[in-house]
Design a binder for this molecule. Structure first.
Ligand SMILES: Cc1ncc(COP(=O)(O)O)c(C=O)c1O
Length: 448
């Protein structure tokens, strides 16, 4: 597969199609570093600038439309500008955007979440998933009196210090597969923080048990994504999650499920699907209806850390826009649309897409596989099975970049890492359009 040749050809097409995006990116360079404001959406040579989203379609500055399988990194589960969300936002905008006082919206959305997610007895709202995982780790340290956090290699929990360790380490620095090194993602992560992060191998129960038991005296929490998102939508084996539940319980360590992405898989998230109940849960993305959001919650005895009733709380958690009613009204409107039948429909379309894309790779004779679960999927040009970060990291990056650009040129948008998901405005026609484009992309990649 001569991916570079295909990529060069497709980049020429891309540049020809998107002169207005290219020009705006050039202008942006003067005021935004590299013209970029969000590392995860940068695409070489530049991303397309979006002017509008409606249902499952986006329009760019040059007037092209795309079927949006990127869905703002899984957040846009109802697609864009869903009438129920627009109505909720419009009504709240008329009543005022945010106040230094609580509103009924926070009680409503908290109830909706606690009813659905088995591990949520109580919850607090933040403005991002980053803040949610930061606060969950902080709660675990305060509750247990221990300072270290265990996370999985390739796991992404946002952009705070403890989270930015071994997110995407180069394999030459990653250490042994069954005892991964803690590799800071950038030079700003303090050595003390790196020492306080234990890195575990995903989907490897045996090694994880050994490492957790050996570090039981210093570990406050183990944080895990039930679907390893940023590494390429890699589902955890239920048995692996069950093992984490029992070993953390046995060692007096809290188990945090980061369900910022996996809350998409079922009304109660991955914990609803598997019946495994963590001590704390973090949420984000879909629960804000497209607005900035995060939430963390869990056992009431842990969440009591934040209770101010007796004077000041043991752990304070302020934030000018925490629980602002714009976000929470949009979130509640979204959750009300998400009935069990809707989740089933999303999952069936995800299944159709994964099967079809896998078949396209095989028919073209390409080395690759499609991971994911329910409405989530990710393309890998790596030998199957891809069950952890290292297997994904061994994939052909050039082929992946080529596939993403080729799909864009054919009116299909993924996120730059080659992941995507289904939104409710999509049906079989959209999935089949994706598959037709992907069959063409695969055969072009195979023939170079
Ligand atoms: C599993 C997971 N946790 C946390 C985050 C951070 O969320 P945010 O981007 O809202 O800060 C993300 C973002 O992609 C995520 O995928």
């Amino acid at each position: 597969m001569a991916a570079w040749r295909v990529l060069a050809r497709e980049l020429e097409v891309y540049r020809r199609r998107t002169p207005r995006s290219a020009a705006l990116r050039e202008a942006a360079r003067a005021v935004l570093p590299g013209g970029n404001n969000r590392s995860s959406i940068f695409l070489q040579p530049y991303p397309v600038y979006v002017t509008e989203g409606s249902g499952c379609r986006l329009t760019d500055l040059d007037g092209h439309t795309y079927m949006d399988f990127g869905n703002n990194y899984t957040a846009a589960i109802l697609g864009h500008a869903h009438p129920a969300v627009v109505a909720a936002l419009t009504a709240q905008a008329r009543r005022g955007a945010s106040f230094a006082a609580p509103t009924a919206a926070e009680v409503t959305l908290a109830r909706l979440l606690c009813e659905r997610v088995p591990g949520l007895e109580q919850v607090r709202f933040t403005n991002s998933g980053t803040e949610a995982t930061l606060m969950a780790c902080r709660a675990a340290r305060a509750f247990t009196g221990k300072s270290a956090i265990a996370k999985f290699e390739g796991g992404y929990h946002g952009s705070h210090e403890h989270a930015e360790v071994s997110v995407a380490p180069t394999l030459d620095r990653a250490g042994p597969p069954d005892a991964p090194a803690a590799v800071p993602s950038n030079p700003a992560i303090p050595e003390g923080v790196v020492r306080d992060v234990l890195v575990l191998p995903y989907n490897n129960a045996e090694a994880s048990i050994r490492l957790i038991q050996a570090n039981r005296d210093r570990l406050a929490a183990v944080i895990v994504e039930p679907v390893l998102g940023a590494a390429g939508m890699i589902p955890a084996k239920p048995e692996f999650l069950r093992t984490l539940r029992s070993v953390t319980q046995e060692c007096g360590i809290l188990l945090i499920f980061d369900e910022v992405i996996s809350f998409r898989v079922a009304p109660g998230g991955a914990q609803g699907l598997t019946g495994i109940r963590p001590d704390l849960t973090t949420l984000g993305k879909i629960i804000g209806g497209g607005l900035p959001v995060g939430a963390f919650g869990g056992r009431a005895d842990i969440m009591a850390l934040f209770d101010p009733s007796g004077g000041s709380p043991r752990v304070a958690h302020a934030g000018t826009f925490n629980g602002n009613p714009m976000t929470l009204e949009a979130g509640a409107a979204t959750l009300r649309e998400l009935t069990p039948a809707v989740y089933e429909g999303l999952g069936a379309l995800g299944h159709r897409l994964r099967l079809g894309a896998q078949k396209a790779l095989e028919e073209a004779g390409l080395t690759g596989c499609v991971t994911g679960v329910e409405s989530l999927f990710s393309l890998h040009f790596a030998p199957p099975p891809v069950t952890d970060y290292r297997a994904a990291a061994r994939g052909d990056r050039e082929a992946l970049q080529a596939a993403v650009v080729m799909l864009l040129n054919r009116g299909i948008m993924l996120v730059p890492k080659g992941s995507g998901c289904i939104s409710t405005p999509m049906g079989e026609a959209e999935v089949d359009a994706f598959l037709a484009a992907f069959r063409e992309v695969s055969s072009l990649l195979a023939t170079g």
